[in-house]
Design a protein around this ligand. Sequence first.
Ligand code: ELE
Length: 217
Amino acid sequence: MALTPSDASRLTREVCGFAPIVPVLVIDDVANARPLAEALVAGGLPALEVTLRTPAALPAIRAMAEVAGGYVGAGTLVTPDDVRAAKAAGATFGVSPGATDELLAACEEEDLPLLPGAATASETMRLLSRGYDMLKFFPAEASGGAPALNALAAPLPQITFCPTGGISPGSATAYLRLPNVLCAGGSWVAPKNLVAAKDWSGIEALARAASELGKTQ
Ligand SMILES: O=C(O)C(=O)C[C@H](O)[C@H](O)COP(=O)(O)O
């Protein structure tokens, strides 16, 4: 059964509503996948994006999908083959830095709710005309940051974004205050040095701090 773009956006909107930050993860060693997911979920970040940038990514999605309370998605989806591999590994949603007709069609056919990427008004409008109204704003900081996204809210208030790319705990708040932002993506909650050291309590603490972002401002 094919997933409609509006259903896909409804589902990604739900996933993006769980917490203010979606960790963007690059996994080198599949042995770290499960404890990393457990630490992030325990810290209050249930939605996780595993980027398909390493050989360990697909087995990592498989391992993380078993963690109770987690919603594991696949990031860096570029081709229809990526979509099929992500779905087969158990990803419950997909994220792409952009969007192509082929990628959108594959996600619809595979029933994989996609958060497609856009950085301009025209890219946003093209996705809206196909039925997608929950998008990733990428690369967020390099595309003008929160002021650029705020400017898009004026003519296109019906679109909600998850800005990602270059966002830090310091800059996240400015995005989370915007009316057209539901959450932001960031890699800082799982830094390479803490993952290599298997410092799961350190990562849980970073996740807990990220889960509080946007609440008091
Ligand atoms: O892989 C993807 O699907 C992407 O679009 C790129 C990621 O969103 C950024 O690499 C986020 O990483 P940071 O900039 O370190 O927060």
